[in-house]
Design a protein around this ligand. Structure first.
Ligand SMILES: [Zn+2]
Length: 118
């Protein structure tokens, strides 16, 4: 019989786990400032360091720009409508002021410089 004791495979202590998971912090970041790193070809938030998948980032920004374009077009259309309304109202105000002036002149007799009532 042999005195040699063989350790059961897997009984030795585990080596340190080579994988580390870094959790995202709870700090809110709007990712307003972006750094494009040409060397490692990444899109990264300058403030919090979050790395974005480049296509997703580009697509997200393209959709934002598309929405902004549509909003701008709609705002310009409304501004044009308002400008037309203001122009029409200005003409109407001018017309009504002239009418009021005419009616006042008819209702209130003016004095002739010779002292006669007209
Ligand atoms: Zn950020």
């Amino acid at each position: 019989m042999s005195d040699k004791i063989v350790a059961f495979p897997g009984a030795e202590p585990l080596p340190e786990n080579p994988i580390t998971v870094e959790r995202e912090g709870y700090r809110y970041c709007a990712h307003d400032r972006i750094t494009l790193d040409e060397h490692v070809r990444t899109v990264r938030c300058t403030d919090c360091g979050k790395v974005f998948e480049p296509f997703d980032y580009l697509l997200s920004n393209a959709l934002s720009i598309q929405r902004a374009w549509l909003s701008h077009k709609e705002v310009m259309r409304k501004a044009s409508e308002k400008a037309e309304t203001v122009e029409a109202l200005t003409k109407e105000e001018k017309r009504l002021k002239a009418r009021v002036k005419l009616l006042k002149e008819k209702a209130e007799p003016s004095i002739d410089i010779k002292g006669k009532w007209l």
